[in-house]
Design a binder for this molecule. Structure first.
Ligand SMILES: Nc1ncnc2c1ncn2[C@@H]1O[C@H](COP(=O)(O)OP(=O)(O)OP(=O)(O)O)[C@@H](O)[C@H]1O
Ligand SMILES: [Mg+2]
Length: 471
């Protein structure tokens, strides 16, 4: 039976974009997907697809990996940069499975090998669409959570206990808090917990995602503007500092604010005053500032990209959220929580895990931290057929990054990218030297600055010790 794709009665039918440079492959995939009720469009290159998605919304993109010009992997990176919400299914030749797994690390939903099995393609696309819907629901719930319930923070490891105590201590004060930690560790969640437990909880929590804005837009976003302040400013506009009056403002990824604007931000922190762009009227900021970064802010200061005085102002109270691999005790609790939440949203019983699967999840390194675990569990819940999941079925998703506890760099599996190999070697060496950067750099035969640069690239947080000085 054909389903009308415009109705959402079936939650896994949607709009699909097929990208492949081979006409025949493209058309046969499109045919299969149309047969099952999807609304399908095709593109013959990633570049063309990037144009098309500027106008159109798709729930799923099926893309070939090997294409002339931009390949499927680069395409995924571009989609991610544009924060395009579609789920991606990668089509690959058997020989390039390691690239397909790499694609999944960049957020692809799954991959399918050529020559592809029609049923599997159909099933994967449906699952991808359902997964996307679930992720969307989670995002909405999070946004609602901004104003409604206090955020749920799972984990009873010692590290999480310390973090909760610090949150309790700092929340009632009006101090500025700098929350550091790798990507996906829960920095935003911590910020929301602080706001919820503060005296300003009744006021708004306004957040500004700094990386997505140009310098020019950011100033007007933060402070607002008057009519005619610049070309295109047709009407006056309230900035986030005004919108957050009586509440808190969260400057997400604060290092992305450029130097001239950092000076203005410093003034707000010191004098609690600011002006809208194009105005001389001084306004008072009745706002508590919370900021996050996944960079080494001290290194940013050392390299002249971040103002030192602003750093000290922001880091009045530094809070560090440790990476998940340093609090593996939290993993079973988090898994359980995410399994139940996914099940609730899918309207079915939570799927269960064999002990081998549990163990696998605890031993995995989770480079994307809690967010990666959350996505993983959502995906496993969507894919599960109701039988308990064993390690074997999970391993497929984690294939390349599997990191047994006592693995040494010599044991690295074939199929690992050079970049990932480098990251692991650096991590292992850093661990060996107890986090001592000079010794680590010496052992690796590189300069400390190069090492810091690489660590920053991997999303390492500032050193706890140097930050403590600011406290
Ligand atoms: N302790 C936790 N308990 C429950 N959910 C958590 C926990 N930590 C993180 N999460 C969830 O993991 C996801 C990522 O968290 P969050 O967005 O706060 O991370 P982040 O550090 O701000 O990441 P990024 O640096 O990428 O912005 C969110 O969906 C969040 O709700
Ligand atoms: Mg964040």
């Amino acid at each position: 039976m054909k389903t009308d794709p415009s109705t959402n009665s079936l939650h896994d039918i949607g709009r699909v974009l097929v990208v492949d440079d081979h006409r025949q492959a493209r058309e046969s995939m499109a045919d299969v997907l149309r047969q099952s009720g999807h609304d399908v469009q095709c593109c013959s290159s990633a570049a063309e697809a990037l144009q098309v998605i500027r106008q159109e919304t798709y729930q799923c993109i099926v893309t070939d990996l090997k294409m002339p010009g931009m390949n499927g992997l680069e395409f995924i990176v571009q989609l991610k940069q544009r924060q395009y919400g579609a789920q991606v299914v990668m089509v690959t030749a058997h020989a390039s499975v390691s690239s397909a797994v790499e694609a999944m690390r960049h957020g692809a939903f799954d991959y399918i090998e050529k020559p592809f099995d029609v049923d599997r393609l159909e099933r994967l696309v449906r699952q991808a669409i359902r997964h996307g819907r679930l992720v969307g629901m989670e995002q909405e719930a999070r946004q609602d959570g901004n104003t409604a319930r206090p955020p749920v923070m799972i984990g009873s490891s010692a590290a999480m206990r310390v973090l909760r105590e610090k949150i309790d201590q700092v929340a009632p004060t009006s101090e500025t808090v700098l929350i550091t930690g790798e990507s996906g560790t829960g920095k935003e969640l911590v910020a929301r917990a602080i706001h919820a437990a503060s005296r300003r909880a009744g006021g708004p929590l306004v957040s500004l995602n700094c990386p997505v804005l140009s310098a020019h837009l950011m100033e007007s976003e933060l402070f607002g503007h008057e009519k005619g302040a610049f070309t295109g400013a047709d009407a006056p506009r309230t900035g986030r500092f005004e919108a957050a009056a009586g509440g808190s403002i969260l400057l997400d990824e604060v290092t992305e604010i450029d130097l001239p604007l950092q000076a203005k931000l410093l003034r707000v922190l010191q004098e609690k005053t600011f002006e809208r762009v194009g105005s001389n009227t001084m306004l008072t900021a009745d706002v508590r500032v919370l900021a996050t970064t996944n960079r080494d802010l001290q290194a940013e200061v050392a390299e002249g990209r971040f103002r030192e005085d602003l750093f000290y102002r922001l880091a009045v109270v530094p809070l560090h959220v440790p990476p998940l691999r340093q609090r593996t005790e939290d993993i079973p609790e988090l898994v359980d929580y995410f399994l139940h939440r996914s099940a609730e949203r899918l309207g079915r019983e939570p799927c269960t895990l064999e002990p081998s699967a549990q163990e696998l999840l605890v031993h995995y390194s989770w480079p994307g931290n809690v967010r990666e675990l959350e996505n993983f569990i959502t995906r496993a819940s969507v894919l599960s057929d109701g039988t308990p999941l064993d390690a074997e079925s999970l391993r497929r998703w984690l294939a390349v990054q599997l990191k047994p506890k006592n693995e040494t760099p010599g044991d690295m599996p074939v199929g690992l990218s050079l970049q990932e190999t480098e990251r692991r070697l650096i991590e292992a060496t850093l661990e060996h030297y107890g986090g001592h950067r000079a010794k680590t750099a010496e052992a690796l035969g590189i300069g400390v600055r190069t090492l810091s640069g690489k660590l920053r690239q991997y999303g390492y947080a500032p050193r706890a010790k140097s930050l403590a000085k600011a406290g």
